[in-house]
Ligand binder design. Sequence first.
Ligand code: NAD
Length: 356
Amino acid sequence: MKKFEYMEKHGYEQLVFFHDKTTGLKGITCIHNTTLGPALGGTRLWKYDNEDDATLDVLRLARGMTYKAAAAGLNLGGGKTVLIGDATQVKNEAYFRALGRYVQTLNGRYITAEDVNTSTKDMDFVNMETDHVVGLEGKSGNPSPVTALGAFHGIRASLKEIYGSDLIEGRTFAVQGAGQTGDYLIGYLLDANAKKVYFTEINDKHIEKIKNKYPSVEFVEPDDIFGLDVDVFAPCALGGGMNDQTIPKLKAKIVAGTANNVLEDEEKHGMMLKDLNILYAPDFVINAGGLINVYHEIQGYNRDKAYRDVERIYDRLIDIYKIAKEDNVHTQEAAKTFAKKRIEIITQMRSNYVKR
Ligand code: NAD
């Protein structure tokens, strides 16, 4: 892999490889852009097939975090760490404390958190060696309810855009995936008097959980969720839910949920949805609630303040939909323009010297 060529092309600042011989810790931290503030992004532990796969993953994920933080209005840059290893074998106190020591060497340019295969408990070990870690137990807590709340406000903004009213009451929803975020989202929709909520799942335990918790919600088979005659399709499962096979089945006027990487091919499927006049709420904007929540830990956590900030996802989506119309582009592209504009404007605004 031509690392410098890739870094130059996409504007990366730093790529750090580390290895701790005592614990076997082997990882890569990537800092994409710190114009707005320290780079924040979780630590992912994965059994990568080779170093290039791990490198490409950390580069791609760190860049995604830059856009996510910028679009969320946070004073944060984008970064990420990947650890190469088998999560069932390598995890222990010393392993994560060793990680903490490497995070500390970056002197606050990078802040870590939990991600795939790492937990708040692991981050407590990281915290024994560095203060540059968030998502700790007893602070901002589980991000899933907050991510779902952000998606709820994003759905309201999308309804406003399509129907002129953001009322959930009287509207119908199809939720794909009822894990952590899907479960909370269904709850918020019902509390706001949704007319009808359907859901699908592939995990029997989760199907039972939802049926018991929300008796009015109707289960449908995974393949049937796309073609339901509803107002909103809410992807809350894994990525790639919108693709060549599923988009033509949609009857919903809005696609808005918590999932990451919803568009299998950003450009192609973003355009497909646009051409069908289906409003797509860009994933990294609508699902930023968890990031916004955890950001507040850096400033001293205050739940009310964090939740008020999460509610602003509504206004950001309205702004992004406006850009999409003005520029005649799909909404995912408009969201990137929105994020890049913020980075550019803040850079220019800071160009004069001010003594602090
Ligand atoms: P989760 O694993 O708790 O829930 C996902 C659910 O989707 C699972 O119950 C799984 O069985 C189900 N599922 C998977 N494939 C399916 C399919 N084809 N049809 C129906 N159901 C299917 O995960 P989560 O934390 O709720 O996250 C969901 C999505 O939101 C992910 O894409 C995640 O990256 C994204 N996200 C989550 C957060 C958060 O705070 N948890 C934050 C930002 C983004």
